[in-house]
Design a protein around this ligand. Structure first.
Ligand code: ATP
Length: 338
């Protein structure tokens, strides 16, 4: 651990449960011994009220300068309203790889103990390009964009990750029997990249079949490579295999910048009640510590998290406990100190 270095990190607490889970995670990060300087910014509806902009220019500048951000969820209006802040940031900083490790924490009872999956989601293309229009009243078109460049670089990211982390198998998930051109191109690019990685087994599965297979026997999978929308949906399914959305972390990675955020959304149904589980954001922060080259702090935090889960005494209610967000954070801090 580089004791002397101070990491400047852009912090976006977000809304809904965002501020609660972010506060818990910042407290824990500050106890790791790593020095942080946080640059805090509002985004979304809250930012619009203050600055008249959904993403203030100063927030863009901060990420550009620091190259790393920790982000809570920001609510995206449904069926209208402003464009998703998450999607806008991913696009702006070309954060093309969304890495979502889905693994079991000790002490939790789930249908499939020991699940350990890596979801790699393409983060800038597909239906998320937001090209929708009304052709004539009553008919709309939504355009899915898949490019050779985008598909090749996400496939390469997945295979590089497999090589670096000793993962054995990658399944490309698709619907190329229907989306013949778009998913067909995605697969062709993945196959080409796969040839360069003979030590990694490469397979292809249809998205619908994959959903069933994941529920019936997730152990047949190791890493999943998906275009944007399939990745979004399958990530939530995978979260369900290990105990829910309160647990699963994410990293949005590009060549210049990285934004770490949980898979879950702003969870308005439980916001402001001190019941949200900060584990997903904490595990995202652990990914961030690795990214910042602070492996000792990452391990210390991971061990404390695993101890609290293994003890099963202080857990939030989404995973069967009764503790609040801040009480859970206190338990992690105590485990780190002990
Ligand atoms: P989005 O589309 O914005 O990602 P979503 O549709 O995935 O959002 P969430 O806001 O993530 O929806 O919430 C889905 C469900 O999971 C809700 O019932 C919510 O309470 C629960 N949930 C999400 N995050 C957490 C958390 N950190 N702790 C406990 N429960 C959570």
């Amino acid at each position: 651990m580089s004791e002397q270095k101070t990491h400047k990190v852009t912090l976006i607490p977000g809304d809904g449960i965002g501020p609660e889970v972010t506060q818990a995670v910042v407290r824990i990060l500050e106890a790791t011994g790593v020095r942080f300087e946080w640059e805090r910014y509002a985004a979304g509806a809250e930012a619009f009220e203050i600055h008249g902009e959904y993403i203030p220019a100063a927030l863009y500048d901060s990420i550009e300068r620091n190259r790393v951000a920790l982000k809570g969820p920001v609510t995206t209006p449904i069926g209208g309203g402003f464009k998703s802040i998450n999607v806008t940031l991913r696009k702006k900083f070309d954060l093309f790889a969304n890495l979502r490790p889905v693994h079991m924490l000790p002490g939790l009872e789930t249908k499939w103990p020991g699940v350990d999956l890596i979801v790699v989601r393409e983060n800038t293309e597909g239906e998320y390009v937001g090209l929708e229009h009304e052709v004539v009243p009553g008919v709309v078109e939504s355009i899915k964009v898949i490019s050779e460049r985008g598909s090749t670089r996400i496939a390469r990211f997945a295979f590089d990750y497999a090589r670096k982390h000793g993962r054995k198998k990658i399944h490309a998930i698709h619907k190329a029997n229907i989306m013949k051109l778009s998913d067909g191109l995605f697969l062709r690019c993945a196959r080409k990249v796969a040839e360069e990685f003979p030590e990694v087994v490469y397979r292809e599965h249809l998205i619908d079949n994959t959903c069933m297979q994941l529920v019936m026997n997730p152990f047949q999978y190791d890493m999943l490579l998906l275009e944007n929308l399939y990745g979004d949906i399958v990530s939530d399914l995978c979260a369900g295999l290990v105990g829910g959305l309160g647990l699963v972390p994410g990293a949005n990675l590009g060549t210049e910048c990285a934004i770490f955020e949980a898979v879950h959304g702003s969870a308005p149904d439980i916001a402001g009640k001190d019941v949200a589980n900060p584990t997903a954001l904490l595990q995202s922060a652990i990914l961030m510590l690795h990214h910042l080259d602070e492996p000792a702090a990452a391990d210390k935090t991971q061990k404390a998290l695993e101890k609290v889960y293994a003890d099963r005494k202080i857990l939030t209610r989404d995973v069967g406990g009764t503790a609040g967000t801040s009480q859970f954070a206190d338990a992690i801090l105590a485990a780190m100190a002990g």
